[in-house]
Ligand binder design. Structure first.
Ligand SMILES: Nc1ncnc2c1ncn2[C@@H]1O[C@H](COP(=O)(O)OP(=O)(O)OP(=O)(O)O)[C@@H](O)[C@H]1O
Length: 246
């Protein structure tokens, strides 16, 4: 099944000075399958955030068509930003339940907190959380709405390597318990290989899809740095077009 069909003919940011503005995306066509963990990899400024904003419905100023397969009446899109964007005057649990209906099942939130190892921190305010904990709260908040598609925009940037690895492992555990389509943006090819079923490589503006690669490392080997590095080396050897993007 196709989870997301993207056909963006043109996305141009208007500019007061330099007409005709900045063309960020041109003729981008992608069909992404359901329930896969998909990493979008591309150089800085190639338009990854622009694409996620269009998919999230935050930016409607483009020409083209987006179709999202959905289980709910209308598509539900979860969005995890680089900055966790927690409300400082709400506790961890209140931040998570903010977007949920008042009659939501508290056991669902309990289970999410448990998987992300945040049960003990649920009554804490964000100022007392480390960055890694804040990122985990923002991931739970996005999962809690039971999204059809989850968008993640470099959510592990500026975490130290061991913390990023821990949050990655917890994220995958959560996703395996509640599989759905994830689009995860990253610059970091090793991170993408550790996470993804499928890699989609994107070129510099105007953004276009260059290659799609399946990652065939078994899930239980994804913490093996040697397997990841071997996959990366082979990928760059077999696909020289990707080297220029990194
Ligand atoms: N509001 C805006 N007005 C004008 N140009 C913009 C605007 N937002 C983004 N751009 C430009 O569009 C291009 C794509 O930006 P975008 O933030 O989507 O890239 P990105 O791949 O997410 O970058 P990064 O990896 O550095 O976060 C960039 O050249 C950027 O300067």
């Amino acid at each position: 099944m196709t989870a997301i069909r993207i056909d963006i003919v043109d996305k141009t940011y208007p500019s007061q000075r330099q007409s005709p503005g900045h063309r960020a995306i041109a003729d981008l066509k992608l069909e992404l399958p359901s329930n896969e963990f998909i990493c979008l990899v591309g150089p800085s400024g190639c338009g990854k955030t622009t694409l996620l904003n269009i998919l999230a419905g935050l930016d409607r100023d483009y020409r083209g068509e987006i179709t999202v397969e959905h289980r709910h009446k209308t598509p539900k899109i979860g969005y995890v930003f680089q900055n966790p964007r927690l409300l400082p005057w709400k506790t961890v649990r209140e931040n998570i339940t903010l977007a949920l209906p008042t009659d939501h099942d508290p056991k669902t939130v309990d289970a999410l907190l448990d998987t992300m190892q945040l049960t003990d921190a649920q009554q804490v305010y964000p100022e007392r959380l480390s960055l890694g904990m804040s990122r985990r709260v923002s991931i739970i908040r996005a999962f809690a709405i039971d999204p059809d598609v989850l968008l993640m925009d470099e959510p592990f940037v500026s975490l130290d390597a061991p913390t990023a690895r821990q949050v990655r492992e917890l994220l995958i555990r959560l996703w395996q318990q509640r599989p759905h389509t994830v689009l995860f943006v990253t610059h970091d090819l090793r991170e993408a290989i550790a996470l993804a079923d499928r890699l989609v490589f994107l070129s510099s503006p105007p953004m276009q899809a260059i290659s799609e690669i399946r990652v065939n490392i078994p899930r239980d080997k994804r913490d093996d740095e040697t397997a990841i590095e071997a996959f990366r080396q082979k990928l760059l050897q077999d696909h020289p077009e990707i080297r220029a993007l990194l």
